[in-house]
Design a protein. Structure first.
Length: 291
């Protein structure tokens, strides 16, 4: 009630800004920030919320960054707080500005070279070899986390194709979680594929899947080999299922379920011509109607 009819209160602006930033498709966060700045006309407020939401966006999407000639993924698993992340391979940490996309203040990050770290390094080496062979452009990282007395591992894979000039962006990501336990371990994975096409439509595709499997644990080399085989098999199943589903989307399904009930003319609407014609008509026929 305290808000003016034409002007939103700042809390309402913040809520709307955060809601729109949260929906930003992968690869388009910066563009959404620019558009919001133009719409809201409050650059300071937009940048303040964008810095906060950008951190969530990058961690959720396993955003890869280049630092010291190496690619590091920004995730919840290597987040140290205060916009600081660590690279488990080179054993250093750094700050990341989510708004400007720059790194700063690198420093050594001590890691105990125990048995768990040796397992992590072997797993990383095997997974990296797999990703480099099977993804056109892919990145991966294996993180080690302690959960009480148990050591947990999370393997993250990220692959994206951002083609804004061709009006589409896409992201494939997965994370694989398991504990280092003797004899067997339960591996749980979550896949997510996001596609945004925006040339002649605004089409968002989100596909997710979770899998779980028990793998034998004998030694580092054996487990790394079996783990990569499992990743490859599940990646392939997910890929094939997506292709089959796309092929199943026949023209009839697209026409009935994914569009409004409009006549099918197989031609694109010339909005500029329509607006110009309407502008001329209103100016000539009725001067009281604003163009």
């Amino acid at each position: 009630s305290m808000c003016a009819k034409q002007e939103l209160c700042e809390p309402e602006k913040v809520s709307l800004i955060c809601g729109l930033l949260r929906q930003s498709p992968p690869g388009e966060f910066g563009q959404v920030v620019q558009d919001l700045s133009a719409l809201v006309q409050d650059d300071k407020l937009v940048r303040q919320e964008a810095a906060r939401m950008g951190a969530c966006h990058n961690k959720n999407n396993f955003t890869p960054i280049q630092i010291n000639g190496r690619t590091v993924l920004l995730t919840h698993y290597n987040n140290l707080g205060g916009n600081r992340f660590f690279d488990p391979q080179d054993k250093f940490s750094f700050e990341f500005d989510h708004l400007r996309g720059v790194t700063s203040k690198p420093q050594l990050h001590g890691v105990m070279l125990d048995e768990g770290e040796l397992w992590r390094e072997v797993l990383h080496k095997g997974l990296k070899a797999y990703v480099s062979r099977h993804f056109p452009v892919g990145n991966c990282c294996v993180f080690k986390k302690s959960l009480g007395k148990r050591q947990m591992f999370v393997a993250c894979i990220e692959a994206h194709q951002y083609q804004p000039s061709h009006h589409w962006n896409s992201l494939w990501k997965s994370d694989w979680t398991f504990a280092l336990t003797p004899f067997t371990t339960q591996v749980t994975a979550i896949f997510l594929l996001q596609i945004h096409y925006f040339k002649h439509a605004n089409l968002h595709v989100n596909v997710s899947k979770s899998v779980s499997e028990t793998l034998n644990v004998i030694d580092q080399s054996q487990f790394a080999t079996d783990f990569v085989k499992f990743v490859k098999a599940e990646d392939t199943k997910f890929h094939v299922a997506i292709l089959e589903n796309i092929q199943a989307l026949s023209e009839d399904i697209w026409g009935k379920n994914l569009r409004r009930k409009l006549p099918v003319t197989r031609t694109f609407m010339n909005w500029n011509k329509l607006l110009n014609d309407q502008h001329l008509k209103t100016n000539v026929s009725n001067t009281e109607v604003p163009p």
